[in-house]
Ligand binder design. Structure first.
Ligand code: FNR
Length: 398
């Protein structure tokens, strides 16, 4: 999206439409008692960046939901690395370039996006705000951001599509019942989804101790709406110490299933959860339309590398055959600039938009994406890059 110099000069550009931290939001003294999601009254404090939204979100949900949202696997080392790896990369400014116009548009899968930020699939949005996925769809639609709807959404893909004004993609967890899986793909197509994202990094869950300690379970009335009718998957998501396999994750899925899925649909098929460059090579050979470098927000295999560390290796191996996207740990526009510099065609954010949803509902989703977009525009201007194509590895300080 092109912006004018005047717009860029507006303080941080993220001030317009600022809403307030709910009165019961976390304070420096510690979190206040949570109220039911999405019900708190606005308070006096303004939210300017993603960390502000994170603090505000914490006060808006139960400790169980907070642990589910922010937790990761085992010692959560990969969770930390996802952030630290971005912090370690430094940017190289460039001066005396006309940056009066900044253009963040990108082409992806034959379509134009106004900016290279998509909303990653995440389960159970209604845990975080009463509007749940509908709020995310409305918030994303307001700025034409692409929302990737999770198989484990708490609202059906049809109901989400009914309110969505922006593009939707569908994320698929292949089900043991392949007939049901085929039906899910058909439903996503019928709902107008533009791409199918198959998550391939979760044959089993990782050891998520915060979920165990917090006795995670879906509250009454919150369910996996897309999986209704599938006996194995309608039970409450309740991790136990003994369980490794999950009824709704098929551990037998292999490359043959990817071929099968590609034969089922005309939608572009992307694989999400690739870190190993050899897997990326195989995926490109298998004819997928794109690769998402992801470690599932560090929720599965702890001590897997930060995604931004894996990205350049994947990009080198893929060698331009298919687009490469990345998620994990993105909290700043500068993070997005670094990901693009290291070869990503676009990025996805997970927890940040859920912080926006929890803090302010649909407008909070819009604002979080706008904040990141504006931070990206500023970082581009300060490194002398006026469009996405001009962002390359020379923007990284080496
Ligand atoms: C996820 N993620 C995820 N991925 C997926 O393919 N299907 C899913 O249903 C979910 N569910 C989910 C729930 C929650 C609460 C989180 C935080 C994450 C992973 C998600 O798509 C993405 O890879 C990460 O969230 C990206 O990392 P950040 O941006 O959260 O750091």
């Amino acid at each position: 999206m092109a912006i004018t110099r005047r717009e860029l000069l507006r303080t941080a550009g993220v001030v317009a439409g600022v809403a307030a931290i709910p009165a019961n939001a976390a304070t420096p003294a510690g979190p206040a008692a949570p109220s039911p999601p999405g019900t708190a009254a606005p308070g006096p404090t303004e939210l300017f960046d993603v960390p502000d939204f994170e603090r505000a979100a914490k006060g808006q949900m139960s400790p169980m939901a907070w642990d589910y949202l922010t937790g990761a696997a085992a010692d959560e080392l990969t969770l930390r690395w996802n952030h630290e790896a971005y912090e370690r990369l430094r940017l190289k400014p460039r001066v005396l370039i006309d940056v009066s116009k900044i253009d963040t548009r990108v082409q992806l899968l034959g379509r134009e996006l106004p900016f290279p930020i998509l909303l990653a699939p995440a389960a159970y949005h209604r845990l975080f705000h009463a509007e749940g996925e509908l709020g995310v769809a409305r918030g994303a639609g307001a700025i034409n951001a692409t929302m990737v709807v999770s198989t484990t959404a708490t609202t059906t893909i049809e109901d989400i599509a009914a309110v969505a004004t922006g593009p939707l993609w569908f994320q698929l967890y292949v089900q043991s019942d392949r007939g049901f899986t085929r039906e899910l793909v058909r439903r996503a197509e019928a709902a107008g989804c533009q791409a199918l994202v198959i998550t391939v990094d979760t044959p089993v869950l990782g050891p998520r101790y915060r979920e165990l300690r917090g006795k995670f379970s879906l509250p009454p009335g919150i369910e996996r709406a897309n999986l209704k009718g599938l006996a194995a998957a309608t039970g409450s998501h309740r991790p136990t110490e003994q369980s490794m396999y999950s009824a709704m994750l098929d551990p037998t899925v292999t490359w043959r299933d990817i071929d099968w899925l590609r034969s089922l649909t005309k939608l572009p098929v992307l694989l999400k959860g690739i870190l190993n460059p050899d897997d990326a090579d195989r995926a490109a050979q298998a004819g997928v339309a794109g690769i998402l470098v992801s470690n599932h927000g560090a929720r599965n295999l702890d001590t897997a590398p930060a995604t931004i560390d894996a990205l350049p290796l994947v990009v080198a191996k893929v060698a331009g055959r298919v687009p490469v996207l990345v998620d994990g740990g993105i909290r700043r526009g500068t993070d997005i600039l670094k990901a693009l510099a290291l070869g990503a065609n676009a990025v996805l954010i997970g927890r940040p938009y859920l912080f926006g949803l929890a803090a302010q509902g649909a407008p909070g989703v819009t604002r979080v994406v706008n904040i990141l977009r504006r931070e990206l525009e500023m970082a581009m201007a300060l490194t002398g890059r006026t469009n996405i194509a001009s962002i390359d590895a020379s923007v990284i300080w080496r």
